[in-house]
Design a protein. Structure first.
Length: 440
């Protein structure tokens, strides 16, 4: 809760809506519409602790102040939720932009494949036509046919008619082959043009997705900052309300002391629970590593399980990397899922810059790392408070970037790991990482 010193400052704090800041400044500039998300219609003066102290000495004043603070808490709660939604909206827009980009890439690849097939078909038909012409030429052609026609032998005339019939059929066949070649070539040209157009659309969507990621990063940062302040206001108001309702303490100071003690006890309890969870995850990873051969990590002697080093500048995201769901499949899984207890440390598989570090769509809390070769890796479903890096930060291979969790579309703790060789396509992490000396 806020200290008495700051709370009793002569400058009374003002509290206003924040969606205009997050939505307009961060999102509207990029063309993202948040719909109708207005701030509060009125500004409200937050009561100070001096106000609460005075009200506590008078029953009527106490009741009035309780009513006032309860109304303010309702307003603050609405603003907290609106701030969260602004960030979620930006994250969802990013996810949709990525989906659109992936679909566009599939169209490009399909059209390019069809154009290539038509080009091969045209080339094959052209070769066949050339072969037929060559065979006719080697058989004597028109000159030899005239010689046969001038001969008086009846059998020779029969031979001529038969020969002419064969040539006619060959000519018809050659004509059809030529038509097929022309059709295939025209199809190839048309498909090529369509592929080029689709490629241009993919480039546009690629730029849009990059803009949406930047907007989501800004919105998430603004939301975290604003939400922190709002929750501080919320905590202060709640504490003031509790102080007014508390009959056991005659003064605010007595109430505050009890609250401080309770808060410290709760903080210590949560810290102990978190450390216990991390220790359990560490031991589980160590045991798995010791039993898993090349899939496991090593113990550096200091009680920490490190991820396997892998090959060159690439390594593993967990100390233990057991795949429990593969890429693709019936539900078009975009990555691989790796076993891990909640709060198991996650490591960067290679050096790069953190391009995302917030909650979005079905990924939950996720970290994206952009690598120097143009590729990207994604580490999803991390717990709230579990990400250990910030957007824009440079990280090294093997550096801890977060923890295993179960946020987003997750039914249990695991790491959802994705690999993007470029900004418009996802590939199977097994093959992507194997090409870099890392095998799951």
């Amino acid at each position: 809760m806020t200290s008495r010193t700051s709370a009793n400052s002569s400058a009374r704090r003002r509290w206003t809506g924040v969606v205009g800041l997050v939505a307009a400044a961060c999102l509207v500039a990029g063309g993202l519409s948040l719909g109708s998300t207005p701030g509060l219609a009125v500004d409200a003066d937050l009561p100070t602790w001096d106000d609460v102290e005075k009200a506590k000495q008078d029953v009527n004043a106490t009741d009035a102040k309780i009513t006032e603070i309860e109304a303010l808490l309702v307003q603050v709660a609405k603003e907290v939720e609106t701030t969260k939604q602004a960030s979620i909206t930006a994250g969802n827009a990013l996810a949709q932009a990525e989906d659109d980009l992936l679909a566009a890439n599939e169209r490009v690849e399909a059209l390019e494949s069809k154009a290539s097939e038509s080009a091969k078909e045209a080339e094959s038909a052209a070769r066949e036509a050339a072969s037929l012409v060559s065979q006719m030429y080697r058989s004597g052609g028109v000159d030899r046919n005239m010689e046969l026609f001038l001969e008086s032998d009846a059998s020779t005339a029969d031979q001529l008619l038969e020969r002419l019939a064969v040539m006619s059929k060959a000519s018809e066949r050659n004509s059809k082959v030529a038509d097929d070649a022309t059709r295939a070539r025209n199809n190839a040209d048309t498909l090529g043009q369509q592929a080029e157009s689709a490629s241009n659309e993919r480039e546009r969507l690629q730029n849009e997705a990059a803009e949406r990621k930047e907007m989501a990063t800004v919105a998430a940062a603004a939301a975290v900052d604003k939400q922190t302040k709002q929750e501080e206001q919320q905590a202060t108001l709640q504490a003031q309300l509790d102080a007014l309702k508390d009959k056991s303490a005659k003064t605010v100071e007595g109430y505050e002391e009890r609250v401080r003690q309770e808060a410290e006890e709760e903080r210590q309890r949560q810290e102990a629970a978190r450390k216990a969870a991390e220790e359990a995850a560490r031991k589980a990873a160590e045991n798995a590593a010791n039993n898993g051969g090349n899939s496991g990590g090593g113990n550096n002697g200091g009680g920490t399980v490190n991820p396997p080093t892998g090959g060159g500048g690439w390594g593993y995201p967990l100390a233990w990397n057991n795949v429990n769901e593969e890429f693709g499949g019936s539900r078009n899984h975009g990555g691989i899922d790796l076993d891990g207890a909640e709060w198991t440390p996650i490591y960067a598989v290679s050096a790069g810059r953190v391009s995302a570090c917030y909650e979005f769509s079905n990924y939950g809390n996720a970290v994206d790392i952009q690598h120097p070769d143009g590729s990207m890796t994604r580490y999803a479903h991390q717990p709230y408070g579990g990400i250990t890096v910030s957007c824009g930060q440079w990280v090294e291979k093997g550096q801890q970037i977060g923890h295993v969790g179960t946020t987003g579309w997750s039914t249990g703790p695991h790491l959802h790991f994705e690999t993007w060789p470029n900004s418009w396509s996802r590939v199977d992490p097994r093959g992507f990482m194997a090409a870099r000396g890392v095998y799951f």
